[in-house]
Each structure stands twice: as structure tokens, then as C-alpha cells.
Design a protein. Structure first.
Length: 257
């Protein structure tokens, strides 16, 4: 923060900002061997975005006591220091990579609006802003918010299309016509070699259980029928053998007489 009672010339104030720029440009090596700005040892600041990392802001506060007009001095300082604060304008916002956010105000504006009100002019921007907006980049924030919202809308639309396409592919039970649940659909899928992994891939869960129970009953009935046939065949064989033995005994008895 620089406070001036309107006695210093604009050139003197601009020279101070030149010193700030040289200081902000100084680099040191941190404990991890990385080159970092020296000022980060003193001030904590966000890392910023790629291509939009400004230096710490400098606030100029003017008190109209001396002979120089605060408004004129601010305009002169802005003109002399443009190389330090001038951002790069894009279609929706400006970026300030390596720039110094220079913000000016007067005690008169602070009395009128308070420190949280629109009492601050960011060099290079029209009109007055609250301090947070003046040192920040609200146009970039708004553009990023719009981009995120648009991305969310596109993502939601894509997910809706994918869900509709998937729903259109959802199998139906060939017996009752019910659509498969996600779990049943997964169970009915073929493996990587195209081999069915389910005994009844065309049936829903309920119809599969019914089909399995029907098959169980049919197999049990068949097994019981097979058992009875075997027993009947065994009984018939035993009867035939007994009859043959009886006939053979009768013939032998006649020969003995």
C-alpha cells in the first residue's frame, strides 16, 4: 500500500511502482530446488491459472491535502506504468500474466462507499469496483463459470443420450415381455469369447426362476418314471426267469418218471 497526500509527483509514484516490478521479478531457489518468485516468501497468494498469474496487488490511497489533484495524479501514474499493469484482452476477459494489479482510491471515496464498497479503480478498467473485484478478475471468473455451466449442460445432455440409447438396447423377457434389470442384464451377457454365461439369457429373473423350477420338476418326474420303468423291467425279468425255472423243473420231473 502506498498512501499519498497529493504532494508527490506522478513520476515519483511511478518510479516506486517500477521498483515493485523489479522486486516481483526476482527469483530464488526454494528447498526443493525450484525457482520461485522471492515475494512468495513474504506474501501468500493463489498460484493462479496457467497464463494468468498476476503479481501481488499494489493499492494507492490518495488524500486530497496537497496541491496536486488526486484524479489527475492517478491518471498520470496509470499512463506512466502501463507496461506493469496492462493485461491481454481476449473476447470475454483480460488475462494478467506477470502483471501488477494496481488499484487506486481516495479517502473521499472510502468515506462515501466504505472499504467494502465500489471505491477502487483498477488501472486499465472502466468504473469503480469493490476491492475484491478490483484486485481479482471477475470477468474471467464469470466466463469460467459460464464455461463450466455449458460443460455441465453438454455433459448432462450426453449422459441423457447415452442413457436413452442404452435403454433402447435393454433386453426384454421373451416369455413375459418385462425389461431386464441392470443386474439381470449383466448376468445375461456373453463372456469375452461369445459364450453365454447364463442358463436362460432370454428370460427375466422371475421367469428364469420359474423355468428352473419347471425343469427341476420335469427332471424329478423323469427320474421317478425312469426308476419305475427300471423296477418294472426288473420285476418282469425276475418273473420270466421264475417261469422258465418252473417250466424246466416240470420237464425234468417227467423224465424221472
Amino acid at each position: 500500500m502506498e498512501v499519498d497526500n497529493c504532494f508527490e509527483e506522478a513520476a515519483v509514484l511511478a518510479a516506486k511502482l517500477d521498483k515493485y516490478a523489479r522486486f516481483f521479478a526476482r527469483q530464488i531457489t526454494d528447498t526443493d530446488g525450484r525457482e520461485i518468485p522471492m515475494w512468495r516468501q513474504k506474501w501468500t497468494a493463489p498460484e493462479g491459472r496457467l497464463g494468468d498469474t498476476p503479481h501481488p496487488p499494489v493499492l494507492l490511497v490518495f488524500n486530497q491535502i496537497g496541491p496536486r489533484t488526486a484524479k489527475a495524479t492517478i491518471q498520470q501514474v496509470a499512463a506512466r506504468t502501463q507496461q506493469h499493469w496492462q493485461g491481454k484482452r481476449s473476447r470475454q476477459y483480460s488475462t494478467y500474466d506477470g502483471c501488477i494489479p494496481i488499484v487506486a482510491t481516495t479517502l473521499e471515496l472510502l468515506r462515501e462507499h466504505g472499504p467494502a464498497g465500489p471505491a477502487f479503480w483498477r488501472f486499465g478498467r472502466p468504473g469503480l469496483q469493490p476491492l475484491d473485484d478490483a484486485v481479482g478478475n471477475p470477468s474471467r471468473e464469470a466466463a469460467d463459470a459460464r464455461a463450466r455451466a455449458q460443460w455441465q449442460r453438454e455433459k448432462a445432455a450426453a449422459e441423457a443420450r447415452e442413457a436413452a440409447e442404452r435403454e433402447a438396447r435393454r433386453p426384454k423377457c421373451t416369455r413375459c415381455g418385462t425389461k431386464f434389470t441392470d443386474q439381470r442384464w449383466a448376468e445375461s451377457e456373453e463372456d469375452a469369447w461369445g459364450t453365454p454365461t447364463d442358463s436362460h439369457p432370454k428370460l427375466c429373473g422371475d421367469c428364469k426362476l420359474l423355468a428352473l423350477e419347471t425343469e427341476r420338476i420335469r427332471k424329478a418326474a423323469k427320474k421317478e418314471a425312469d426308476r419305475k420303468r427300471r423296477e418294472a423291467a426288473k420285476a418282469a425279468k425276475e418273473a420270466a426267469e421264475a417261469e422258465a425255472t418252473h417250466k424246466a423243473s416240470g420237464i425234468l420231473g417227467r423224465f424221472r418218471r
